[in-house]
Design a protein around this ligand. Structure first.
Ligand SMILES: [Zn+2]
Length: 533
């Protein structure tokens, strides 16, 4: 067992010494089982990063890892006073894919298609009435008094009533709108506010005739007449929950959230959750049927959450509040999406717009790409219901996106294999982690091509300090393929790549000196050239 690898070894002295080192480690360490859960192959040593990286199948609708996602929520300029121009800004930021755009205008959408690869047109919970989609009066969510209801953050908007998932009229309008978006040229659709009727329970809704009828059928399936009688329902077959609540002087509107409606109210919330599930099942089936293909949906899964109903959609495309924009949170969000076979795209909602948001935004752009995701270009960003939208300047952010495009070959096809930030251990490496960073507040992500031992390995480094300075990283030799250290390249935005020499710290460890990052740098291991020819 111990002899075999040496007999197989007929190449270089480097391989021989590597194997001998491995055997030494295996002989000494294996009996004491200090490898914990980790699989150790004694013929080759520790599991290597390209073996840890796992592929998540990518839908063709999903922007590739090297894409620059750009969202012009509407076509700009909106009028003669609008200083913003969709296409000029997209070009300045090196956009490749247009996402989360509200438009049914085939001319505008075709121009987006000509300027980029994919177009995600947006739908939401307040699709206006067909055929002209100008007003919102049909099939709306209503409160106990029959008044139309909207989300708290939309109350200052005119004509903003949400549509009811149980209304056949609203369903048809939603399908019609989505089909028009696809006919206009959408690659996929983005669903904003997918919680619909489930969210509306907290706002004292929906008690429209369709919901009353649906809830009656829902109860008949689940509750005996005896139970119903105990709740004061004399005839379940003629039960009207709205009437029942009015008779009991239940709280109207937002106050309904705190109204003690007992088990019956819990069942109502459950019914509305089911209504949302059935809504998407029905409308998506119809949209696919009418489009003649499966239409991929992304959703605004706020903060990257995958709880219901976000789990109904293939891609997360979410607002990320600045307080959640930390390396740890981003890693956890991306890891969960990856584990679920989903993909996540974020848009950062900055707390300020006076220039102080630029450093954090730059770090989040770098961190999202380092983790295999995207941060939508910070331009035309919603920042709050009464606040102006945020338009970041190309001079603050474009070089980061240009960097991604220049080094696209270091992004596409790569998967996360190790994560380092502060003292959090990476449970995939109970000992001898592949990467150690000498100082806290620098985030490191090792990315590799899964199962490809001959492919270069990429290490992303993102400095989260307000005053960055040079630092060192340590690499554990045996976590990387043998060819990884033949050439080591360092690249950062705005500077040409250069070859750097690792220093041997021990038989096992190499040290690399990293210059000041503002905030992002890439170390590429094992590539003969830094850029493709
Ligand atoms: Zn309803």
């Amino acid at each position: 067992m111990m002899i075999e690898p040496i007999q197989q070894c007929h190449q270089t002295g480097a391989i021989m010494s590597h194997v001998l080192a491995v055997i030494g480690a295996a002989v000494v360490l294996f009996p004491s089982n200090i490898f914990g859960e980790e699989t150790v192959d004694v013929t080759r040593g520790l599991v290597q990063v390209h073996e840890v990286a796992r592929v998540v199948p990518r839908l063709p609708e999903m922007p590739p890892a090297s894409a620059v996602c750009f969202s012009s929520r509407w076509s700009h300029p909106i009028n003669r006073d609008d200083p913003h121009d969709t296409f000029a800004a997209a070009e300045a930021f090196h956009a490749t894919d247009f996402v989360w755009t509200y438009s049914l205008d085939p001319k505008f959408v075709q121009r987006l298609r000509q300027s980029g690869e994919r177009v995600f047109l947006a739908v939401n919970s307040l699709i206006p009435d067909p055929p002209d989609f100008r007003r919102r009066s049909k099939g709306r969510i209503v409160d106990l008094l029959g008044q139309p209801v909207t989300a708290p953050w939309m109350r200052s908007w005119p004509d903003s009533a949400w549509g009811c998932a149980n209304s056949p009229e609203y369903r048809e309008g939603f399908i019609e709108y989505a089909v028009r978006a696809i006919q206009a040229g959408a690659t996929a659709l983005q669903m904003d506010d997918p919680r619909m009727n489930l969210a509306a329970v907290s706002w004292g809704a929906c008690f429209c005739p369709h919901c009353i009828e649906g809830f009656r059928a829902f109860l008949i399936d689940r509750v005996s007449q005896e139970t119903a009688t105990a709740w004061g329902i004399t005839d379940l077959d003629r039960f009207d929950y709205r009437q029942y609540l009015l008779e009991r002087k239940a709280s109207v509107g937002d106050a309904f959230a705190k109204y003690d409606g007992g088990e019956l109210k819990s069942l109502f919330a459950e019914f509305q959750k089911e209504s949302v599930r059935q809504f998407f099942s029905y409308v998506r089936g119809e949209i696919d049927r009418r489009a003649g293909r499966h239409i991929v949906f992304s959703t605004n899964n706020y903060r990257g959450s995958w709880e219901f109903p976000y789990d109904l959609f293939e891609i997360g495309m979410a607002e990320l509040p600045q307080r959640d924009a930390t390396p740890q949170q981003l890693y956890d969000r991306y890891r969960e999406a990856h584990d679920r076979g989903k993909h996540q795209i974020f848009t950062l909602v900055p707390q300020t717009a006076d220039g102080s948001e630029v450093p954090i935004t730059r770090r989040v752009i770098a961190a999202c790409y380092a983790l295999g995701g995207h941060l939508i270009v910070p331009w035309d960003v919603y920042t709050g219901s009464q606040k102006p939208r945020y338009y970041g300047r190309p001079e603050d952010y474009a070089e980061l996106y240009r960097f991604v495009r220049e080094f696209a070959h270091c992004f596409d096809g790569y998967e996360e294999a190790a994560f380092v930030f502060e003292d959090r251990p990476d449970e995939r490496y109970p000992l001898a982690p592949p990467l150690l960073i000498g100082i806290p507040q620098v985030m490191g992500v090792v990315r590799a091509r899964p199962q490809q031992a001959a492919a270069p390995v990429v290490i992303h480094l993102v400095d989260w300090r307000d005053e960055p300075s040079p630092f060192a990283i340590r690499l554990h030799r045996r976590r990387f393929p043998l060819t990884a250290f033949e050439h080591v390249w360092f690249s950062c935005p705005g500077h040409p790549p250069r070859e750097i020499s690792p220093r041997e710290a021990s038989d096992e460890e190499l040290v690399l000196e990293i210059p000041t990052l503002r905030p992002w740098g890439l170390v590429v291991l094992g590539a003969a050239r830094p850029l493709p020819e």
